[in-house]
Design a protein around this ligand. Structure first.
Ligand SMILES: *Cc1c(COP(=O)(O)O)cnc(C)c1O
Length: 360
């Protein structure tokens, strides 16, 4: 039996063990084809079944009907930052954005390259330690869209309420997609690099409502036009096929647990356990973000000194807890606890935190 650690990496990140076992089992001979999924044609009946299942499971789990297109693209979430203004910003139009940290800022930069950007809200002045109040957002009525980042992977904040706007709402859900129950129909577009909550890197899930899709601008390169991928169900060219296969397995795993309601229940318990470990030991651990903006996916915390943080990470690594170093831009510690991280993993880490405090 392979030795597996408690993997708190921010992305790519841990995958469900049950899914990895299926992949292992099917790797050399996918269901009697005598080939791996990596070796079959993306035009084959076998792959078509995988692709169709991934699309329909996405709609089913998110409660969406066929007015939403489900695409699997390459280029990561970062490519979407550029494609959104490229497809949806017409001459003279403005893209509205909420700036809640590194990834939002990168999305904003891509809009500024291509057209007019309007800052609808920002938590920059307080070092992105909170999500702006929805009532304070300033969204022009004629904006082409409002873009938000539902979970801020690096800063450790997350939206727990949603803007009510008349313009299309576009959300970067890279680090919390399918982690909780939501009315997903409030969004016109949702996208996520797969490597946090859905599968391996290399595939990006893009869900677009048809009425937004119809507003895509003409004149863009074929591969950069969302309509190309929507009309061919991501099969205009060779898609990230192996990634889509694993996404499909992860979605089946989510469904088998009871869907997003069941996943949310576990995720709620996981984050509670870790934030409790911080709050009950707040003479030692400190959570840098405002409590009502805390992320359920990326739990950021500081220790009294940087030397203690180094020691904590080293001892945690030795004890089988990986990936706890905070992003290089913010320092400190971060436990990324996406869907595939178990409650047991979070309980064990909370226990380790308690013991580390006692010993230091
Ligand atoms: C990781 C991440 C990205 C970047 O994803 P890539 O697939 O590496 O381009 C963008 N947005 C958020 C919120 C992320 O967490």
């Amino acid at each position: 039996m392979a030795k597996r650690i408690y993997n708190f990496n921010a992305g790519p990140s841990t995958l469900p063990l049950d899914v990895l076992k299926i992949v292992q089992d099917e790797l050399l001979d996918y269901r009697g084809t005598g080939m791996s999924v990596m070796e079959i044609s993306h035009r084959s009946a076998q792959f078509d079944e995988i692709n169709e299942a991934a699309i329909s499971l996405t709609r089913e789990l998110m409660g969406l009907d066929e007015s939403y297109h489900v695409l699997f693209m390459g280029g990561g979430a970062s490519t979407q930052f550029g494609l959104i203004p490229m497809n949806f910003l017409r001459d003279g139009q403005t893209g509205a954005y909420v700036d809640t940290g590194t990834w939002s800022s990168k999305a904003i930069k891509e809009c500024e390259i291509q057209g007019k950007m309007h800052l609808a809200g920002s938590s920059k002045k307080d070092n992105y330690t909170f999500i702006p109040k929805m009532a304070d957002l300033d969204v022009p009525a004629d904006a082409a869209y409002l873009h938000i980042t539902s979970n801020n992977t690096i800063k450790g904040t997350q939206y727990h309420s949603w803007p009510k706007v008349s313009v299309p709402l576009i959300v970067d859900m890279s680090s919390d997609i399918m982690s909780r129950q939501l009315d997903h129909t409030m969004f016109s577009m949702m996208y996520a690099g797969a490597q946090k909550n859905l599968g391996p890197s290399g595939a990006t899930m893009v869900v677009i409502k048809d009425d937004l899709l119809q507003t895509c601008k003409d004149g863009n390169p074929t591969m950069l036009d969302y309509r190309t991928h929507a009309s061919k169900k991501s099969l205009y060219n060779t898609p990230p096929a192996f990634g889509i296969y694993i996404i499909k397995l992860v979605l089946e795993w989510v469904k088998n647990q009871g869907g997003l309601a069941a996943v949310e229940k576990v995720n709620r318990a996981k984050q509670e356990r870790l934030y409790q470990a911080i709050d009950l030991n707040n003479d030692f651990y400190r959570g840098p973000v405002q409590k009502d903006s805390r992320s359920w996916m990326n739990v950021c915390f500081r220790l009294p000194t940087e030397d203690l943080e180094k020691k904590f990470i080293a001892e945690a690594t030795a004890a089988g807890f990986g990936g706890l170093k905070g992003h290089r831009s913010v320092g400190g510690c971060r436990a990324s606890i996406y869907n595939a991280m178990t409650l047991e993993g979070c309980e064990k880490l909370a226990e380790f935190m308690q013991n580390f405090k006692k010993a230091n």
